[in-house]
Design a protein around this ligand. Structure first.
Ligand code: PXL
Length: 292
């Protein structure tokens, strides 16, 4: 092919900063599966390698900040990136490196899932990493997607007597610099899962979803990547947040128990029929309810 041969248009490209999860339940593998399922081309900068299965995390080894920076800058200089997606970072040095890289591309939206612990409670970010996130990444974040415990941990301060409400946490995270905050309510004691999107003027939308019976590995990674994919494809923030929740709910509802621990979301639920023949689509009664 020479330089005058027309080439097909590029799919939207999302650069992901996150850690490897060999079980492909969470982390970079979950991000890549989600983005490909939504028609994006995923670019990746690995922040850490974890050793884990569907039951738990055995170890975490951060990559050096130099190697992380080389991975990201090399692809950024070669290809147009429509959105950044940030997950687990692995070290303070890696938080600093990512903060510096994204500050060179202020026009690219940043979808940041602050991974502080795994769904099963394994600690994935130290107190130092959390402080660095507050100081260096929140001011550059377009959309932050914590679950309620992560929102409380990021927003807590010494003057708190008791737990601040989710609304107060969101307001504080916006004051720290995030443009939008989506707090997911899976861990809250409500009959349905209530996810709330906040902006500078308060609540923008609240969506409610039927609770699913299983315990899922990588639901937060799926949601944040799906939002990044929708934004990269040109959706507004509100539409991206709605459509990504819908996608995630369906991926969780179709989740499978591959090992002895948590269910893995099926990010390609739409490509499988009842008899598991690839490529067959099946209409599903999805049982979801959404709205303000
Ligand atoms: O689900 C959060 C998450 C993100 N990234 C990595 C993880 C996990 C949870 O285990 O291992 C690499």
């Amino acid at each position: 092919m020479n330089s005058t041969t027309p080439t097909p248009p590029c799919p939207p490209m999302v650069l992901v900063f996150s850690a490897s999860d060999p079980s492909a339940g969470a982390g970079m593998q979950a991000d890549i599966l989600t983005l490909v399922s939504l028609g994006c081309h995923p670019l990746s900068a690995l922040t850490a390698l974890t050793v884990q299965d569907t039951v738990g995390v055995q170890s975490v080894q951060a990559v050096s900040a130099e190697l992380l920076e080389q991975q990201a800058r090399t692809v950024l200089e070669d290809m147009p990136v429509a959105a950044f997606k940030i997950g687990m970072l692995g070290s303070v040095e890696n938080v600093i490196a990512v903060a510096e890289i994204i500050s060179d591309y202020p026009e690219i939206p940043v979808i940041f899932d602050p991974v502080l612990a795994s769904g099963r409670g394994d600690e994935l970010s130290s107190e130092d990493v959390i402080s660095a996130i507050r100081e260096m990444l929140l001011p550059q974040t377009t959309l932050l997607t914590p679950n309620a415990p992560e929102a409380r941990r990021l927003a807590e301060n010494d003057e708190d007597e008791g737990e601040p409400s989710i609304d107060v946490c969101a307001q504080r995270l916006i004051e720290m610099g995030a443009q939008y905050v989506l707090i997911t309510g899976t861990h809250e004691n409500t009959p349905k899962v209530v996810n709330t999107l906040y902006g500078a003027d308060g609540v923008i939308r609240r969506d409610q979803w039927e609770r699913l019976p299983g315990s899922y590995h990588g639901s937060g990674c799926t949601l944040a990547s799906a939002i990044a994919g929708c934004i990269a494809g040109g959706a507004s923030m509100e539409d991206a947040v709605h459509d990504a929740q819908d996608y995630t709910w369906q991926a969780l509802a179709a989740g499978f128990r591959a090992g002895m621990g948590q269910f893995i979301p099926d990010r390609f639920f739409w490509a499988r029929g009842d008899d598991n023949e690839p490529g067959q689509n099946e209409e599903k009664d999805d049982g979801k309810t959404d709205g303000a």
